[in-house]
Design a protein around this ligand. Structure first.
Ligand SMILES: [Zn+2]
Ligand SMILES: [Zn+2]
Length: 269
């Protein structure tokens, strides 16, 4: 399994990260994409550092849409430098969040456009967070040519029509523990509708733990719950759902092109 979206750099993992990684590995999680986009660029830096020491962890770099209003030019320069590092496999999470609107909409849109351009320059896919903003997000991704590098709408919470808007230009949809929530029928409908070669699974740990862990700290090992439900919804075996979502994540993030062993462990003499 691949946990295509987790925040291992989060403060909540500081004291027991090795145990969290061990539980993920024992549960069959072979690769984790650590999303380096907390409230400032320290998250990108620590995610890149983690990907440099753990052979099954890869990093993305960005700043969450909640916090883009505070970004400086020097933050952008730092991210541009990080974007091309060998273990950095994506740009984000970026996107639009009109639900919380912690940063003004126009600031979110401007930063989202700029992140898509950065992704194209760096040749990395875009990881987007979209909440109550599907029409605007699809429009920006399309206008900025995101299809050139590809991308994923993480923790997809839209319905079939929203899904279609992204699938039309080749984007992937990633499903989280929300898929297990009672009031998520429209999301389950989208998970059934999306083509097999466009679906991913994620935890978004430490947030959004799936049932029966709801309310607890989430961790990559729990991605198995979401995978199990995705299999059930699509009427396929868990093994097939695992194979499909793993292949999709490897294709989208081009994990085959990135060294499996961090650069600092590759020297042999
Ligand atoms: Zn998000
Ligand atoms: Zn996230």
């Amino acid at each position: 399994m691949v946990d295509s979206h987790c925040h291992l750099d989060s403060e909540t993992f500081r004291s027991d990260l090795p145990a969290v990684l061990d539980r993920a590995r024992s549960a069959g999680v072979e690769r984790m994409i650590c999303i380096g986009s907390g409230s400032d660029i320290r998250s990108a830096l620590s995610s890149v550092a983690l990907a440099g020491t753990e052979s099954d962890v890869y990093a993305t770099v960005g700043v969450h849409p909640h916090d883009v209003a505070r970004m400086t030019e020097s933050d952008w320069e730092t991210l541009e430098g990080l974007a091309r590092l060998p273990r950095v496999v994506g740009i984000g999470e970026t996107g639009l969040d009109y639900h919380y609107e912690h940063s003004a909409r126009d600031a979110q849109q401007a930063a989202f456009r700029r992140f898509v351009r950065l992704a194209r320059q760096a040749g990395r896919p875009v990881v987007s967070h979209v909440r109550d903003a599907h029409a605007d997000a699809a429009e920006i991704l399309r206008a900025e040519g995101a299809s050139e590098v590809g991308g994923v709408i993480h923790c997809f919470t839209g319905g079939v029509d929203d899904a279609r808007g992204y699938l039309d230009f080749g984007h992937y949809l990633s499903f989280s523990g929300i898929l297990t929530f009672k009031n998520a029928d429209h999301i389950r409908a989208a998970a059934r509708f999306a083509p097999a070669d466009r679906v991913l699974v994620e935890t978004d740990a430490p947030y959004l733990a799936p049932i029966p862990y709801r309310g607890q700290r989430n961790e990559p090992a729990f991605v198995a719950r979401t995978l199990g439900l995705l299999a059930e919804i699509r009427g396929i075996s868990v093994a097939d759902a695992d194979r499909i979502t793993t292949e999709n994540a490897c294709r989208l993030f081009r994990l085959g092109d990135h060294p499996l062993v961090p650069a600092d462990r590759t020297h042999s003499g």
